[in-house]
Design a protein around this ligand. Structure first.
Ligand code: SAM
Length: 374
């Protein structure tokens, strides 16, 4: 029998079209999942493409010239994204983060921002709309994004040493251009701005103190630098526990230089533990998904570039909403389907990882971060 060749783009990740419950479930803004967690935060991946090849996310060896990214027809249009966002908002979402891939590579992203900025929560409040970017084209886009209604940005930057950063992004991109993007975001009034640094032991731990010093000394302490533990997302990055630098060690390094005081969480479900410098030098965050899992408060849903809903960053199965959008399903039925999907959510991958032997695998292929959105 001849071998059947299935194009990679068709394989993607397992997903089923959600069933429409026989009895309508209305949107009350008060969804609760199987572990009692509400739905508040929606992350939308607007492209699976990125111009960086960070080894911990989209390593060059996997995401090379031959890699099949999603075709244009697979992507949700801005109208489709906005329609779904409106239904999620009816269910209680208050915050939308645009991500990817590199979201600023999606053509006309300002138009989507403007469409989302029109949405209101059931009590009439505008959404908190933000974006995570590698900053590579932020200097050009910051003012237009702000004018379209974007409130703030998170910029990823893994070090200040140019050689280290160029090696980590693996496309020889310079630090100076990301810093220019951050400065443009500050000038445009996109704040508060956060900077995310993924810390890999043996790769960029030496950048922790210079990064902390830089963001204390610049921008009047208004930028919050967050240190992220290197995570085992997807199946491409060859993750190893010995490359994770626990946040507790990062904190020790910082405390040896500056006094730091804990800050109360601002809102439930916050990913970072917050600390402030005792001398008024601003604030830092520690995102400890590996060593101190925070699944118990996770109120995030993720919408992939092609319209699959994932209930966890480490999920192996999605829920295909695009089919519902494109087969004429009315809003009320999609609302019911979303409620039923959320009610069945019991994901708590990071907590379970902590309880598993380090070398135990997971059943199914974990979704890649560039596809589901960070
Ligand atoms: N391209 C954008 C960017 O660079 O910010 C948005 C997408 S990126 C997937 C979102 C965030 O995920 C970035 O801050 C990135 O550093 C982080 N990230 C990606 N892979 C990671 C991993 N294995 N562990 C921890 N953080 C990771």
């Amino acid at each position: 029998m001849g071998e059947t060749v299935i194009p990679l783009a068709d394989l993607r990740y397992a997903a089923a079209v959600p069933a429409i419950p026989a009895r309508a479930i209305l949107a009350t803004g008060l969804l609760s999942d199987g572990l009692g967690r509400p739905l508040r935060d929606l992350r939308i991946s607007v492209t699976d493409r990125c111009n960086f090849r960070c080894s911990y996310c989209m390593p060059k060896e996997v995401f090379d010239r031959d890699y099949l990214f999603l075709p244009q027809t697979s992507l949700l249009s801005f109208e489709e994204i906005t329609r779904l966002a409106r239904l999620f908002v009816a269910h209680g979402v208050q915050k939308i983060r645009l991500t990817g891939g590199e979201p600023l590579l999606r053509k006309g992203l300002e138009t989507l921002v403007a469409m989302l900025a029109e949405l209101r929560t059931p009590d009439g409040t505008p959404l908190d709309i933000t974006l995570t970017t590698n900053g590579s084209v932020l200097a050009r886009k910051a003012a237009a994004l702000k004018a379209a209604g974007l409130q703030r940005v998170t910029v990823s930057l893994d070090g200040l040493d140019d050689a280290t950063f160029r090696r980590m992004n693996d496309v020889d991109f310079p630090v100076a251009d990301v810093l220019a993007g951050i400065a443009a975001a500050v000038a445009a009034g996109l704040g508060p701005i956060k900077v995310n640094m993924v810390v890999k032991r043996g790769t960029n731990a030496q950048e922790i103190l210079p990064m902390a010093r830089y963001f204390r000394d610049h921008f009047g302490g208004r930028i919050v630098l967050r240190f992220i533990e290197y995570m085992d997302v997807g199946a491409s990055n060859g993750w190893r526990m010995d490359e994770v630098l626990p946040s507790a060690e990062v904190l020790q390094m910082l405390q040896a230089e500056w006094p730091l005081l804990p800050v109360q969480a601002g809102v439930a479900g916050e990913t970072a533990q917050r600390w402030r410098y005792g001398d008024g030098g601003g604030e830092i965050g520690l995102i400890s998904s590996v060593t101190q899992a925070f699944c118990q408060d996770c109120n995030r849903a993720r919408l992939s570039t092609e319209g699959k809903l994932f209930l966890c960053l480490f999920a192996t199965r999605g829920h295909d909403l695009r089919t519902l959008l494109r087969n004429g399903t009315p809003d009320a039925d999609i609302v019911s389907a979303l409620a039923a999907v959320w009610a069945g959510r019991d994901d708590r991958y990071s907590e379970q990882r902590a309880a598993r032997p380090a070398d135990a695998g997971v059943a199914g292929r974990r979704v890649e971060m560039h596809y589901i959105g960070g």
